[in-house]
Design a protein around this ligand. Structure first.
Ligand code: NOJ
Length: 573
């Protein structure tokens, strides 16, 4: 049974998340840039990618690597110019690759002209009303206005000075360099309308919308009540009922959707989208609320990214988003990695393949101890083979296709993530998944990351690359048969040939202990989550006339009907 796809492109798109700073550096300054992206579009296209999601590349002092935006209408100088951006977009279009930007609505940078104006203006002024400026509590207002904590550690408030006439505090859900914007303010509302128009006019097809959980606060900003035992898999900050997942947020998303729809009304040939980012793992009701027809078209399903390598957890992580799809028609946005989370190869390479408790989950207890990278890479391939088959779109994170692990060897004084400082080093932060990509085995060019400057010199990469990084490079793995890269490229082809042509639905099939089975139309996919090969019962009703079309372990010879350990296979029936 096959289905003609008349769905909007993003409902089953393969999207490549590109962290520009670490992707490819065209001018030898040690920082990735737009010209670097252009030089590597061929590689991205070889994966069968439909769109690139670019992490923020707006002008920014880089206190949180672009999530502190100083100007929403330009390109960060280290990365290039608007002209470079336009050329990249046109060249990507020649490869049939669309561009999605990252939109950061919750906060801007302390260098944004509005924040500079707010500091120069008195309490109660219109300049301050675009942010959350409040008087402090206690004697001389020396205590923060409430007890809210920043997602990066420490209070969510910073005092601008000790002046008793103007010792106000401003709120920052993240770092102090990221002041929160108040979306009840008309200027702020207009700003985001203008941002949509500006980038849609340039040809951008949509936005990944950052940190939607904390945008829209309780108007009275009450103290956060004590956190209960049900804090579960979400970062404690998000358990604050006055800051996280507020009804006020949904008014903002409705306005965003109206902006997008207004644009489409005037440009009916465009199919624009927004995908919301928040850690709503095991909270299907949250995904449903954000993807109401008047809000986001999609929201990330981080469930599989946060699951341990264990049958029932994988099943649940897969089936919750599919249940939403069935109920509401909203396609899941699967992902196994991003720039905030320890890389999947490392996570799944641990014997216990833990459940993370925090979205910045790189704390010391999750360090390198007991990681078997070869095992992790097999499981990562198997997990990828599962999501490539499922209904919905999927987001790969650069470096995933060559099986990069998390990097732990970053000296403390080279760590850049604000999480490291704000937790006094208790959490090592997210730098380890952001290390510049290795393209070749040539140490002199930071493993092909940097193209030398005119005089032949190369500045070191902005984050140090570990020993042996070149052996993990694209060039090195390209030469290896049945590498993770081979598997990803094959999966891209298999997906177009056998998965996206199937109905937008899937159902579980039970094949026995340790096996996760799913049927999508005529495609049957089985994951072996155990440490031993398993012989399948080929008389199983779901396998009538089944033909094996894919295995995530092409290098492992097995008898027909046997699934290798830690592997996924696809049958067509
Ligand atoms: C989520 C982004 O993915 C992360 O990198 C960033 O630090 C926070 N939002 C704050 O913008």
């Amino acid at each position: 049974m096959t289905e003609q796809t008349s769905r909007p492109w993003w409902q089953d798109a393969l999207i490549y998340q590109l962290y520009i700073r670490s992707f490819a550096d065209s001018n030898g300054d040690g920082v990735g840039d737009i010209a670097g992206i252009r030089s590597r579009l061929g590689h991205i296209a070889s994966l069968g990618v439909d769109a690139i999601w670019l992490n923020p590349c707006y002008p920014s002092p880089q206190h949180d690597h672009g999530y502190d935006v100083a100007n929403y209408f330009d390109i960060h100088g280290e990365y290039g110019t608007l002209e470079d951006f336009d050329e990249m977009l046109a060249e990507a279009a020649e490869h049939n690759i669309k561009i999605l930007m990252d939109l950061v609505p919750g906060h801007c940078s302390i260098d944004h002209r509005w924040f500079i104006a707010a500091l120069a203006s008195p309490p109660g002024s219109p300049e301050r009303a675009r942010f959350y400026f409040r008087d402090g509590k206690g004697e001389n207002g020396s205590e923060p206005p409430n007890n809210w904590q920043s997602a990066f550690g420490g209070p969510a408030w910073t005092r601008i000075n000790e002046d008793e006439n103007d010792g106000q505090w401003y709120m920052h859900t993240f770092a102090r360099e990221q002041p929160d914007l108040d979306h009840t303010n008309a200027d702020v509302q207009q700003l985001f309308d203008d941002i949509f128009t500006f980038w849609f006019d340039r040809g951008v097809e949509g936005f990944r919308v950052d940190a939607v959980a904390g945008v829209g606060k309780h108007p009275d900003l009450p103290d956060q009540p004590p956190v209960g035992d049900d804090a579960g898999v979400l970062d404690v900050t998000w358990i604050n009922p006055y800051l996280a997942f507020r009804p006020e947020g949904h008014d903002i998303w409705r306005r965003f959707r109206t902006s997008v729809e207004n644009y489409v009304d005037a440009h009916p040939e465009r199919e624009l989208m927004m995908v919301a980012e928040a850690y709503a793992v095991r909270r299907p009701e949250i995904i449903k609320a954000f993807t109401e027809p008047d809000q986001f078209q999609q929201m990330f399903s981080f469930d599989l990214m946060m699951t341990p390598w264990e049958k029932t957890s994988i099943e649940r992580a897969m089936l919750d988003p599919i249940a939403i799809l069935r109920e509401t028609g909203v396609a899941p946005a699967w992902t196994l990695n991003n720039h905030d989370i320890q890389r999947v190869v490392t996570r799944l390479g641990r014997a216990d393949a833990h459940v993370p408790e925090s979205w910045t989950n790189n704390n010391l207890s999750l360090s390198r101890a007991d990681v078997d990278l070869e095992l992790g890479e097999r499981r990562a391939r198997a997990m990828a083979a599962l999501i490539f088959a499922l209904p919905g779109s999927l987001y790969l994170y650069q470096g995933e296709e060559i099986g990069l692990p998390e990097v732990f060897d970053i000296p403390d004084d080279r760590r850049e993530d604000p999480v490291f400082d704000r937790t006094n080093g208790e959490e090592i932060g997210r730098d380890g998944c952001r290390v510049p990509l290795p393209w070749t085995n040539d140490a002199a060019t930071s493993y092909g990351f940097s193209t030398p400057q005119a005089d032949g010199s190369v500045d070191g990469p902005w984050l140090p690359q570990p020993a042996g990084w070149g052996e993990r490079s694209l060039d090195s793995v390209e030469a290896i048969e049945n590498s993770t890269l081979d598997v990803y490229r094959t999966l891209g082809q298999m997906r177009s040939a056998h998965a996206v042509t199937q109905p937008q639905d899937a159902e579980p099939v039970e094949f026995g202990a340790g096996l996760v089975g799913v049927r999508r139309g005529s495609l049957v996919v089985i994951v072996n989550s155990t440490m031993a090969p398993i012989e399948l019962d080929m008389t199983h009703e779901a396998l009538g006339g089944a033909e094996l079309v894919f295995t995530s372990e092409p290098g492992v010879a097995t008898a027909p009907g046997t699934i290798p350990a830690n592997a996924t296979i696809w049958f067509t029936t």
